[in-house]
Design a protein around this ligand. Structure first.
Ligand SMILES: Nc1ncnc2c1ncn2[C@@H]1O[C@H](COP(=O)(O)OP(=O)(O)OP(=O)(O)O)[C@@H](O)[C@H]1O
Length: 602
């Protein structure tokens, strides 16, 4: 329950006094409801159904006053008062419910924003160590469950206040009867602990199943081509059948649990009534009017008890979601980007202008501190500004890791990254990243128009600047031929672009940012020769304008590079100009080159 308390405190910190005002409003409603119960007594008296003496001065006075009035007037009067009270109570209830909903919805939004901000401020290793689908699951279904759980907590608090007031009124009317019902209430609470425990464990299963479900579905959607071409449909259908069956089983189990607990409470309540009536009639010889009063109290109190129990079961089932979100937030805080730590709110960073060079000095990095193998070992490189530096090497050599270190996505365990001879401070990492445009192998374009996708990087860019960037990226021609030009929708809801067109659009977007450094990470590897040549031309056009770092699998992409760095098993093994390295017959570079020429010729 400590997690639930954590979020309830957060809710209070977020909404402040309004939460207390609403809760007091609920108290007021329950008072009116209590008065409504008391009004039943004068109704019984005035209507002549029974002559009830409560011993409560206010009620007795009212009954006396009504009895003095003519009967034709007293009954309508008391009934009107009763209806008026019910209307007032329910109008207030409606108002408070709407206000509560507004608070809850705003709180859920606040939680979403807080969690997402934390997530975006986490460092790269956080994302490397989490499955994408798990994060999506946490941000969508688990956060919704937390919002629902917090709502339930508010309902529980209101229910508890209602119940306390009802108990007070019941005690006033009949202490013995109230103690009797309360004793049963306590016994019921003891029994219901089993239900609550089970609800919590089922809640854990819900979290796990929804996580597995989302993970599987995302994997399959991403690999649909693989599934279709390798006829894997049946095996994935088997997986889908089994998981959806588990989802059904879990939901049925939960409903079984809830209905069993309801059944238990209802049976307990009927047994309680039967025992009480039996004892009242046979042993205490209770009069009819007293029995009526007892029924009124009982019918008010007992549903409150069962409501609270059922509320607690539901809250218990959301506890695993509360835990998961707290764990996520703690992890995000622990793995916060180092430049974000102690960063004053709203502080912005200006991009860095690189005057002479970027340098890696004795940089070493390993992913796992407990292992001996380094992904990068004693890297020393000099990347001159406004030149093109190519990084090549076999798969797993450490090329992407080196880029990640340069971009400040991961922090080297030893060594430094320097800009114009100055080590880059934590504070400056973000400024450096603002000077970089990065083009990955699998570019990210969202469903929207071409223009929207380009403006993502610079919302203030003019149409002229957009076309200029498209021109540089060898995309202007194909975009102008599209039916709606820049406004053409792309992605699932629009036209399908080829891999080369997508890659060139992403390159245009990268250029639109006017970066000091342009990094291409295997950006041409998946393209055909024609598209590769277009990107290559684009890079040549940019040469001399900005600092370019290109990781290339295809050696043809980097033919015009000013400098080539060959990396193997995390170490630099060759450095120099393309032609010079190609000449070094024993070197890895000429070997890689030879393999590709061989592959093309064969
Ligand atoms: N997140 C990670 N956790 C642990 N080890 C990793 C991680 N990412 C990469 N590695 C390891 O670090 C080494 C360097 O990987 P890196 O991705 O930098 O190579 P690469 O040269 O870019 O390879 P490729 O050309 O295949 O993309 C490899 O041995 C790889 O297995």
């Amino acid at each position: 329950m400590e997690q639930v308390l954590h979020f309830t405190k957060k809710l209070y910190a977020f909404s402040g006094k309004i939460l207390i005002i609403n809760t007091l409003g609920m108290v007021f409603i329950s008072l009116i409801e209590g008065v409504g119960v008391l009004l039943l007594l004068p109704i019984l008296n005035v209507s002549g159904i029974a002559n009830v003496e409560t011993g409560i001065p206010l009620v007795s006075m009212m009954i006396k006053y009504l009895q003095d009035l003519p009967k034709a007037l007293s009954l309508p009067l008391v009934l009107c008062l009763f209806v008026f009270l019910v209307i007032g109570q329910n109008w207030l209830l409606r108002t408070l419910t709407i206000r509560d909903t507004i608070i809850q919805q705003k709180f859920v939004r606040h939680l979403r924003l807080e969690t997402y901000t934390n997530l975006l401020q986490s460092n790269w290793s956080f994302f490397v160590n989490h499955r994408k689908s798990d994060l999506i699951n946490l941000l969508t279904s688990e956060l919704t469950r937390v919002g629902f759980g917090t709502t339930l907590v508010l309902q529980l608090v209101a229910s508890l206040i209602f119940t306390l007031i009802q108990i007070g009124i019941a005690f006033w009317l009949s202490p013995v009867m109230t103690i009797f019902v309360l004793t049963f209430g306590v016994i019921l609470t003891l029994f219901s602990r089993k239900f609550i425990k089970r609800a919590k464990s089922l809640g854990g299963q819900t979290s796990q199943l929804s996580q597995n479900f989302l993970a599987g579905i995302s994997d399959q959607m991403a690999g649909m081509k693989d599934i279709k071409s390798n006829s894997l449909e049946e095996s994935w259908l088997r997986w889908y059948r089994s998981l959806t069956q588990n989802l059904v089983n879990e939901q049925v189990e939960y409903i079984k649990l809830r209905s069993s607990s309801q059944l238990f409470y209802k049976v307990a309540s009927s047994v309680l009534i039967a025992v009480f009536v039996y004892l009242s009639v046979t042993i205490f010889q209770t009069k009819v009017e007293q029995l009526l009063l007892i029924f009124v109290i009982f019918s008010r109190l007992w549903p409150r008890f069962t409501g609270i129990q059922s509320n607690m079961e539901q809250i218990a089932s959301t506890i695993p979601a509360f835990k998961a979100i707290i764990k996520l937030q703690q992890e995000c805080v622990r793995l916060k980007e180092f430049y974000m730590e102690n960063k004053p709110e709203n502080k912005t960073f200006q991009p860095i202008e690189i005057k002479t060079h970027i340098e890696c000095r004795n940089v070493s990095f390993r992913y796992n501190q407990n292992e001996q193998t380094y992904a990068l070992k004693d890297i020393n490189i000099y990347i001159p500004s406004r030149k093109m530096t190519a990084i090549v090497g076999r798969s797993g050599a450490g090329k992407s890791t080196l880029i990640d270190v340069i971009m400040g996505l991961i922090e080297p365990q030893t060594g430094q990254i320097c800009i114009d001879g100055q080590p880059i401070s934590n504070e400056k990492v973000y400024a450096l990243r603002q000077s970089i445009s990065y083009v990955p192998q699998d570019p990210f374009l969202f469903n929207g128009s071409i223009k929207d996708n380009l403006l993502m990087i610079d919302p203030n860019a003019t149409e002229e600047q957009i076309w200029e960037a498209l021109e540089f990226a060898a995309s202007a021609e194909f975009v102008s031929k599209l039916p709606e030009g820049l406004d053409t929708l792309i992605g699932d809801r629009g036209i399908r672009l080829s891999g080369g067109e997508r890659q060139r659009l992403v390159l245009a977007r990268a250029i639109l940012r006017k970066p000091s450094i342009l990094i291409l990470d295997e950006a041409t590897s998946a393209l055909d020769r024609e598209n590769e040549a277009k990107i290559q031309e684009a890079l040549e056009r940019l040469q001399g304008r900005l600092t370019m770092i290109v990781i290339a699998h295809r050696m043809s992409t980097i033919r015009k590079a000013d400098q080539v760095i060959v990396i193997d098993q995390g170490q630099i093994i060759q450095k120099g100009e393309y032609d010079q390295l190609a000449e070094e017959r024993e070197g890895l570079f000429s070997n890689l080159l030879g393999n590709q020429i061989g592959a093309v010729n064969s």
